[in-house]
Ligand binder design. Structure first.
Ligand SMILES: Cc1cc2nc3c(=O)[nH]c(=O)nc-3n(C[C@H](O)[C@H](O)[C@H](O)COP(=O)(O)OP(=O)(O)OC[C@H]3O[C@@H](n4cnc5c(N)ncnc54)[C@H](O)[C@@H]3O)c2cc1C
Length: 172
């Protein structure tokens, strides 16, 4: 008798689990409470005819280095890569922009640029280790333990979890 698995939720994690289990020989059923699949990464026609919008998530630079995508051959997908990964509006009408070019980002940050460079550049130079650490389950020995330790230390110094730093500067 076939082994069966039920996945609750068709967001990216649910669908990744469904694909992994199907590959492992399970008969998989995905249940979804919403009218459309995709969870936080679904696309919908919300405004004018002909326009489709990302309902939640819109920018996925870390997907380029995703171990899951590599494992399933999805790294052959042609991604549209914007010049600016993300931006954050400031109170005074300016915006901090994370360009894919680190020097350009630093130049735009004014007095804070050198601090951003100090945090990001060492990680930028060890992208394989950073992607391995942040894109994998954490309960295992990282393939690049020194880089993982440095990454964790720098994120602790910067006071956040590092997802934006990792995502912003992965080169094409
Ligand atoms: C506004 C916003 C912007 C974002 N922008 C980005 C971005 O730019 N880049 C990025 O990488 N990430 C972004 N994210 C985060 C990203 O959307 C999430 O990390 C991702 O969607 C999580 O995937 P998931 O499969 O765990 O859960 P979800 O995508 O939330 O999917 C969960 C699914 O389960 C369904 N569900 C829940 N409970 C039940 C139930 N009891 N029965 C049946 N179905 C159920 C839900 O309807 C949903 O479809 C953003 C998130 C938000 C909210």
């Amino acid at each position: 008798m076939a082994r069966r698995a039920t996945i609750v939720g068709s967001g990216p994690n649910g669908l990744a689990a469904a694909v992994a289990l199907a590959r492992a020989g399970y008969e998989v059923r995905v249940v979804e409470a919403s009218d459309t699949p995709g969870g936080g990464v679904r696309t919908a026609a919300l405004t004018l005819p002909g326009y489709r919008h990302d309902v939640c998530s819109a920018v996925h630079p870390a997907a380029l280095s995703s171990p899951f995508f590599r494992a399933f051959g999805l790294d052959r997908i042609d991604w549209i890569v914007p010049e600016a990964s993300f931006a954050h509006p400031l109170d005074d009408g300016r915006a901090a922009v994370a360009w894919r070019d680190l020097d350009r980002t630093v130049a735009g940050l004014g007095a804070d640029g050198p601090a951003w460079r100090r945090i990001v550049r060492p990680l930028n130079r060890r992208l394989a280790g950073v992607a391995d650490f942040t894109g994998n389950q954490l309960i295992r020995v990282p393939r690049h333990p020194v880089t993982a330790a440095r990454f964790a230390l720098r994120m602790a110094q910067a006071g956040h979890d590092g997802r934006a730093v990792d995502a912003a500067h992965i080169p094409h």
